[in-house]
Design a protein around this ligand. Sequence first.
Ligand SMILES: [Zn+2]
Length: 495
Amino acid sequence: MRQYHDWFDTAIKAGFLNIDKGIKDGIILTPQGVFINRHLKDSVIAAFSNAGYREWEFPSRIAKSSLDLISSLMEKGKGTNFDERIHYIIKGDLETRISQAENPTEALRPSGESQVLPFWSENIQSYRDLYDLGKILLPQKVFRVPFGKHKTLTQFERVSIEGYSLHQTDEHSTSEMFRNIEILRSIIDRLSIPYVYVEAPVWDRNPFNDRILNLRVIADRGTGLLASSYNQGRNLSEPFGIKYRDSENEVCTPCISTFGVGLFYQLLATHLFEDGFIIPPEVSPTQVIIIPIVTGEENRCLLEYVRNIEQELSDKNIRVSIDKEYKQRLTKRREKYELSGVPIRVEIGKQELEQHNLAIYKRWVYEKGQLRKDIISRTELMEHILSSWIEYDAWSRAVTKQKENQNVQLTHSISDIAPLITQGKVAKFYYCGNGECIQRMYGERDNLTGEMISGLVGIGNFLGWNPEKETWEETCIACGTKPTKVAYWSRRVSI
Ligand SMILES: [Zn+2]
């Protein structure tokens, strides 16, 4: 297995990403990358449209007052300050600019909250509006300026989708949070991205949220955030003054549930194998590549044969193309498509033409260190492709399961956690649910010297517990009482 951080360089080589040195701190998605990302986005939008959400566009310029309100609420909790990633907008002649710099009125920081909440406080009036305006899908392209330790990975444009929803009661908001995480899980399962599902503790850097569900992608050196679903209760609707009149004409403050998901980098990071990517057929820009092996006389016949095949496949909505680099060495021509993860490669030379055969290579099927060659009859092609998609699905699910099993390991004592975390693994353990036990795991101080004498401070983080699974087996890893939760600890990595 290649190192996880290799995915970025490989994505550049495979033609999904591009770095333009003229653009500081940014990357560019190439047309191939845009294609994959658009398919991912479409899947999320389709799934949530079925759940009643509608896509909206919001300005990325926002009033500084909204941002200040969010920042002040963050400070009350233990949240990270937004300030480092804000661009203030200053315009006009020199004198105006100087005065604006001292007192800016607009800021560029397209966080969902600072876009959606002012809109709601202006437009929500009746309980009926909760249905019409209260379910917002917000595709984000957040440009992040580097900050803190994460100089390499957070500087990219982060392609993600957020959702915001208003509810009359806290119960509705909570059940929406659970429904949304299930929708996200079904998309992520279909894409075979390995993850752990946790409910994170509210004491963990999230001052706006009453409950937090996270899907954390399993990477080689720890876990990274893949998707989240929150119940924010009235923590933000109250300060933003969002109010509606209910059917009895009473003025009420709604509850808010939100979710966020980023799939593009996470998909690439977890679909990198020995010789490059293996891109799921569902989102692959090219699903079938045909390589005509052209020599001498029979070229015209061969190319006509190839074009017929291309026509047949594209008529059946298969994304197919023909490799026309006839003069390149065959190994070079093959490598290109293996690197960029094209699921199926069809090769046709003189012999195949004469015998009405095709040589088929599936990107995920190896034999003796090379892609296995299957010879099929010309007439079987379409059927073969369709059954290959089903085979791919089974294969990728098995690989994902295996990765989850290999990387998540059950531990029974706190001292076993550190070695696992340093190997990049996720430690799973039984836990009573008491916050003090987690504090004790992070570290204990010697009462006399004040020095840390034990603990996991600096060795990853407590991720939370599995919200689906309760357990009364064995004992809490920290206090020895009967556990109720299956919990996780890992290093946090950013993708
Ligand atoms: Zn305990």
